[in-house]
Design a binder for this molecule. Sequence first.
Ligand code: ATP
Length: 270
Amino acid sequence: SRARVLEKGTKSKVTFNDVAGLEEAKEEIHELITFLKSPGKYRQLGAKMPKGILLVGPPGTGKTLLAKAVAGEAGVPFFSLSGSEFVEMFVGVGAARMRDLFQKAKMKAPCIIFIDEIDTIGRARGKLQAFQTNDERESTLNQLLAELDGFDTDTGVIVLAATNRGDILDPALLRPGRFDRHIHLELPNLKEREAIFGVHIKPLRLSDDVHVASLAAQTPGFSGADIANICNEAALIAARREKQQVDKQDFMDAIDRVVGGLEKKSKIIT
Ligand code: ATP
């Protein structure tokens, strides 16, 4: 949901250092970087990369971040769009956007196309949301399928897509040669939360009483996005209190605030 339209193919500055935890996912995705750096080596051997990789995991677990890190590490352009942008579009407009995106990407290959919230486009029949008509969704989805079928990874374009719900996707999307590889991202465990706090406190000026281990212990069930949010919130609170450093109390209050926000959100959902 945080991905904006980046159809121009921007350079990503994100690297694996920005992604804490997620070791398995990073390992699984590492080969893509090698491939994007020198697709020719693979071509010579006749080795084919998968075209589409689906990143599946709860909100805020770093799917977008990981996709950007792959582009950043490989030094290739990153094209992205979000499935939610296709909501309430006139029939045909979504399909044209999709065609356009792939066309631009192919000219800039090797590169990455990232499709966030792919379930919005790729929901199985009968599981549409109220605002979607079948025609509109189907024409966009069909265009995506045609684009996926219409190129070889020889061209050096890799499509990464993200969803919170792998189970509701149209099986057509998951067939061999489409999104046939899945990488699962989970909510971070204690050690991983500690590492994520480590990444996000780096830009802050901290007081000695702040310890990442204890912050991690107080945030079970929090996502990476929640943790990033807490760190920024703590710094804002410290600034409001005109402190020179962000201290433990600021973090405690930031955690309370983020917990409050999460509770409100879940009330709206249920
Ligand atoms: P959504 O499903 O809501 O789109 P997402 O899985 O794509 O979420 P991101 O947008 O990648 O999540 O994460 C949001 C932000 O949370 C990131 O920009 C980053 O600041 C932080 N974050 C999430 N996971 C991690 C992580 N593993 N390491 C460091 N920061 C993280």
